[in-house]
Design a protein around this ligand. Structure first.
Ligand code: AMP
Ligand code: MG
Length: 358
């Protein structure tokens, strides 16, 4: 069931932010009978709650339509790419693994193509064929620690090089039976990009798109100053922030071991996997936050990739990509950032127990 929750004030919208939040004050304005800022949420899409807060729009803009079209777009992307929807295109591709190519929508083809690009660029640290590992561990489900044999048994079915795509037919084929694509690390980012596009078309020039902590800030604050996006402290309860980042027309996306996990015998088993081992990635990192101007989809994928790669290889990887910065929060409380963000005035540390390590 889909529920729409409406909040006509920014405080409630703030409370609904996940890993990241916005620290902002906005003046009330009004536009096409909806008082601004206006915030609405949709739940259970792409495994999360999505909240859109519109802060400013051109005169005469139809904000009800802007919200509705945004949520329709999220629902459409969910219907194509979610593993929770039995009839999704991704499930069709997975069900025909080892048998046949499946023609998919432009959306799905674009996201799978981008996922394979990031897989190649990151040497497989990000791998959209991670599905069999995700299913085996079922991190938020049965809290079951698989045996080493069970983990070893799924590894042969995880390999992005065994995905064949045909742009002419817009089709996707998994070459081995048992393979499964999982777009959980990239689809929310794509949806955020698409919502930004819809909002711009509808005349919105200042808004916050929050897809379960995957934040896209559209434009600046109505007064022309940048948004201040807060970064979750990965060691404390949600809503406790370690830093803030000044952003205009940018994505701020975090991946961390605090998002989904279970603990057994003092070990945390979380939802981001090292596909070489089949176990949750064990870098010295608690979270990675990506700041990206051009694509929330890539920011989402890079956050996951950088988390798996860890601070050294991860930083090197991010430095090789234009328009992308990243901050690693290490397990020991140190911060490591790419050259454009480390010691930058845009990234303000709020909790002095965190410091840059170089
Ligand atoms: P994120 O929170 O964006 O880092 O995405 C995590 C989700 O992506 C997990 O819940 C899995 O569904 C999937 N995933 C886990 N490990 C990987 C990986 N190494 N590459 C790509 N997707 C992954
Ligand atoms: Mg991701």
């Amino acid at each position: 069931m889909i529920l729409l929750r409406t909040a006509h004030n920014s405080r409630r919208a703030l409370q609904s932010f996940g890993a990241l939040a916005l620290l902002c004050c906005t003046a009330l304005a009004s536009c096409s009978f909806v008082s601004l800022p206006a915030s609405k949420s949709i739940i259970r899409m792409l495994g999360t709650t999505s909240t859109i807060t519109i802060h400013n729009a051109r005169e005469g803009a139809n904000l009800d339509r802007a919200f509705q079209r945004s949520f329709d777009r999220i629902t459409e992307i969910h219907a194509s790419m979610s593993l929770q929807e039995p009839s999704s295109e991704i499930n069709k591709v997975n069900n025909l693994a080892g048998q046949a190519a499946v023609s998919v929508s432009e959306d799905t083809f674009l996201v799978i193509s981008a996922a394979l690009d990031v897989a190649r660029a990151s040497g497989g640290a990000f791998d959209p064929t991670v599905g069999p590992i995700v299913n085996l561990w079922d991190i938020t489900g049965k809290k079951y620690l698989p045996t080493a044999e069970e983990v070893a048994a799924v590894l042969p079915f995880v390999d992005y090089r065994q995905v064949e795509i045909d742009p002419a037919a817009r089709s996707v084929k998994l070459l081995k039976a048992g393979m499964q694509i999982d777009l959980g690390a990239i689809a929310k980012g794509y949806a955020a990009d698409e919502v930004a596009e819809v909002l711009r078309e509808e005349g919105v020039d200042s808004a916050i798109i929050d897809l379960g902590g995957n934040i896209y800030v559209l434009g600046s604050k109505p007064d022309g100053t940048p948004w201040r996006v807060a970064v979750q402290n990965p060691f404390l309860t949600r809503g406790t922030y370690l830093a803030s980042y000044l952003a205009v027309d940018e994505s701020v996306v975090s991946s961390g071991d605090y998002e989904r996990y279970f603990e057994q015998d003092g070990v945390r088993y979380h939802h981001i996997f090292d596909t070489r081992t089949g176990y949750p990635a064990r870098p010295s990192v608690a979270s990675v936050t990506i700041l990206a101007a051009n694509s929330s989809m890539l920011a989402d994928a890079y956050a996951t990739a950088a988390f798996v790669l860890g601070p050294e290889a991860g930083r090197q990887f991010l430095e090789s990509v234009a328009g992308v910065e990243g901050v690693f929060v290490l397990q020991n409380g140190g911060l490591a950032g790419t050259s454009g963000v480390e010691h930058s005035e845009r990234f303000r540390i709020l909790d002095e127990s965190f410091t840059w390590i170089d």
